[in-house]
Design a protein around this ligand. Structure first.
Ligand code: CFM
Length: 539
C-alpha cells in the first residue's frame, strides 16, 4: 500500500486544538525496528481527553466485570446506584460450566445495594450490611466480593470495614474492592485492584495437594465465547493439569488452591501480570507468557510448556496433539487463505487482543495495517524491558503496590535461577517477559493508542480496510460506512477462537465477513454528495 503512515498520522490529528494535537501525536506512532532491538516510544495509560469519544471502560468494569466476575461461585455484590449493575449485567460473554446441577453458579445474577439519594447524603454502609446479610441467607456462598462504584468513594463509605465486620459475623470470606470507576484512567486500574484482592484474600487459602506431574495455572483467560473450554480440553489431552484459571470457568476453591501449581502461564499480560509476579515472589512459581490465539502460536506455547517440564513423555504427547490438530486446521486454512489473501484488517481492542489476533489474521493471509490498544500500557506495546524506566504518575499512584515477601512455610522455588537461565539459553523460553505488540508488527505500520471516534472515521476513509475489529460501541458506526466490523471482545455471537479448534472457527467467520457481497452495496457518507439544508428539512 502506498499510503505513508506519517501522512495519515497528520491527517488524524490536524483537526485537534494545539495541546490535544501534541498529546495525540505522542499516542500515535509508526513502527520501526531499530538495531538495538528497541521500537519507538508510545504514550499510553494516560487520561483520555474531555470531549473525545473513547473506546475505554471504567475501573469498576475492569475489577468486577473482567477479573473477578467470571468466577462462578464468588457472589458479586455491587455497592452503588443500580445503573452501574444494570449496565454490567451479563454483558461479557464469559462462560462457565458448573460441576453438576447442584453446584453453585451465580454468574447470571446481578446483586446491587441500589443506592438512593438518601444513602448518598447520609452514607450507605448500613444498607450495605443489610445487603450482605440478605445475600448470604439467600445463596450461602463461600465468598462475597463487594465492589464500589463512583459515589461510594466520593462519600467515603468504608467497604473494607463493612467486609471485615460481616466476615466475622457470617463466618465466610468477605472482601471489598475500592474500584470506583474514576480510580484510574481506564479499566486497567481495575485489573490491578482486582489482582491485589485475589492475592490478599483468596490465593493460598486452600491446601489440597494434587498428584499430577505437570501442574499449571492459566492466568488471564476469561473463557469468552468458550475459549477456556477449548484450552482446558487441549491441555488435558497433553497430560497437563490445570489447577486454576484466572478467572474463566473458575471457582473460589480452584483459585484459592492455585499456589500448588508449578508454572503460571500468562495469556493476557495486561490484566493479570500482577498476580503472576506476586505468586512468584511469595510461592516461587515462575511465570511465562503464552499465546493460544492462532494455531502456530498455540503449538509454540504448548512446546514451551514441554520444554519447561523437561519430560520426554509430555513432549511426545504434546507433539501428538499438535499433529492431530494441525491437520484439521491446515485443511480449513488452505481454503480460507485462498479467498482472503491480500486483504487488510485494523484491530482496536483492550490491552491484549489487538496484538494476539494479528497472528490469526496472518495465518489466512490478512495483513494488519493499523492496530492499537484501548488501555494497554507502554510494556504491552514496547515490551517489558521498558518497565524499569516507567514513571509513576498521579493516576497509577492511586493503586496500592503490595510489598510481597517469600512465604516462610510455603515458598518453594520450582526452578532455581540457574535452571531458569539454562532453560532460557537452550530454548525459546523467556520467563517474566512479554515482548509487546510493536516488535511483532511490520515496519512502517501505524499504532494508535486509545483511538477516538474521529480517528476511526478518518482511518476508514483513508485505508478502506476489508475488516475492522473493535467492540459494540464502534460496530454499527463502522458498518454504516460499508466495512464489516468483528467484535473481538464478545466475538459477536461466535467463538470460541482460542486454540486449534478456535482458529478454525475464526477462519470461517472472517471468511464469511470479508467475502460477503453486501458491503459493496452500502454507500459510505463520503461518497454521496452532501445534502443541502432544504433537502434535509424536506426528508
Ligand atoms: Fe485481557 Fe481480556 Fe483483553 Fe482485558 Fe477487556 Fe476482554 Fe479485551 Mo474486552 S482481560 S485486556 S479488559 S484479553 S473484556 S477478555 S476483550 S477489552 S483485549
Amino acid at each position: 500500500m502506498s499510503i505513508d503512515p506519517r501522512d495519515v498520522k497528520e491527517q488524524l490529528i490536524q483537526i485537534y486544538p494545539k495541546k490535544l494535537r501534541q498529546k495525540r501525536s505522542e499516542q500515535i506512532v509508526v513502527t520501526e525496528h531499530r538495531e538495538d532491538g528497541s521500537v519507538p516510544e508510545i504514550k499510553a495509560n494516560v487520561r483520555s481527553s474531555p470531549g473525545i469519544i473513547t473506546q475505554r471502560g471504567c475501573t469498576y468494569a475492569g475489577c468486577k466485570g473482567v477479573v473477578i466476575g467470571p468466577s462462578r461461585d464468588i457472589l458479586s455484590l455491587v455497592h452503588g446506584p443500580i445503573g452501574c449493575s444494570f449496565y454490567a449485567w451479563l454483558t461479557r460473554r464469559n462462560q462457565t460450566r458448573p460441576d453438576g446441577p447442584d453446584a453453585q453458579n451465580f454468574i447470571n445474577y446481578c446483586l446491587s445495594t441500589d443506592m438512593q439519594e438518601e444513602n448518598i447524603v447520609f452514607g450507605g454502609e448500613k444498607k450495605l450490611k443489610v445487603a450482605v446479610r440478605e445475600a448470604y441467607h439467600l445463596f450461602h456462598p463461600k465468598a462475597i466480593a463487594i465492589f464500589s462504584t463512583c459515589p461510594v468513594g466520593l462519600i467515603g463509605d468504608d467497604v473494607h470495614a463493612v467486609a471485615r465486620e460481616m466476615k466475622e459475623e457470617l463466618g465466610i470470606n468477605i472482601f471489598g474492592f475500592s474500584c470506583e470507576g474514576y480510580r484510574g484512567v481506564s479499566q486497567s486500574a481495575g485489573h490491578h485492584i482486582a489482582n491485589n484482592g485475589l492475592f490478599k484474600h483468596i490465593i493460598g487459602n486452600v491446601e489440597t495437594q494434587h498428584d499430577e506431574k505437570f501442574k499449571i495455572n492459566l492466568l488471564g483467560e476469561y473463557n469468552i465465547g468458550g475459549d477456556g473450554f477449548v484450552l482446558e480440553d487441549m491441555l488435558t489431552r497433553c497430560g497437563i493439569k490445570q489447577i486454576s484459571t484466572f478467572s474463566g470457568n473458575s471457582t473460589y476453591e480452584t483459585m484459592a488452591n492455585s499456589h500448588t501449581a508449578d508454572l503460571n502461564l500468562v495469556m493476557c499480560h495486561r490484566s493479570i501480570n500482577y498476580v503472576a509476579e506476586m505468586m512468584e515472589k511469595r510461592f516461587g512459581i515462575p511465570w511465562m507468557k503464552v499465546n493460544f490465539i492462532g494455531a502456530t502460536a498455540s503449538a509454540k506455547s504448548l512446546r514451551r510448556i514441554g520444554e519447561y517440564f523437561e519430560d520426554d513423555g509430555l513432549k511426545a504427547r504434546i507433539e501428538e496433539v499438535i499433529a492431530e490438530e494441525m491437520a484439521k486446521v491446515e485443511a480449513v486454512q488452505a481454503v480460507v487463505k485462498a479467498r482472503c489473501q491480500g486483504k487488510t484488517a485494523m484491530l482496536f481492542v483492550g490491552g491484549s487482543r489487538a496484538h494476539h489476533y494479528q497472528q490469526l489474521f496472518t495465518e489466512i493471509g490478512i495483513k494488519t495495517i493499523v492496530a492499537g490498544y484501548e488501555f494497554g500500557h507502554r510494556d504491552d506495546y514496547e515490551g517489558r524491558k521498558v518497565l524499569p524506566g516507567l514513571k509513576i504518575d498521579a493516576d497509577s499512584r492511586n493503586i496500592e503496590e503490595i510489598e510481597v515477601v517469600p512465604d516462610p512455610e510455603r515458598y518453594r522455588a520450582r526452578r532455581t535461577p540457574e535452571q531458569l537461565a539454562r532453560l532460557e539459553a537452550m530454548t525459546e523460553l523467556e520467563f517474566r517477559d512479554y515482548i509487546g505488540m510493536m516488535p511483532e508488527m511490520d515496519e512502517d505500520t501505524l499504532v494508535v493508542d486509545d483511538l477516538s471516534h474521529h480517528e476511526t472515521e478518518r482511518l476508514l476513509e483513508i485505508y478502506k480496510p476489508d475488516i475492522f475489529c473493535a467492540g459494540i460501541k464502534e460496530k454499527y458506526g463502522v458498518q454504516k460506512m460499508g466495512i464489516p466490523c468483528k467484535q473481538l471482545h464478545s466475538y459477536d455471537y461466535g467463538g470460541p477462537y482460542a486454540g486449534f479448534r478456535g482458529a478454525i472457527n475464526f477462519f470461517n467467520d472472517i471468511d464469511r465477513m470479508v467475502n460477503m457481497k453486501i458491503w459493496s452495496y452500502v454507500t459510505p457518507p463520503w461518497q454521496s454528495p452532501a445534502k443541502q439544508p432544504e433537502e434535509v428539512a424536506a426528508d
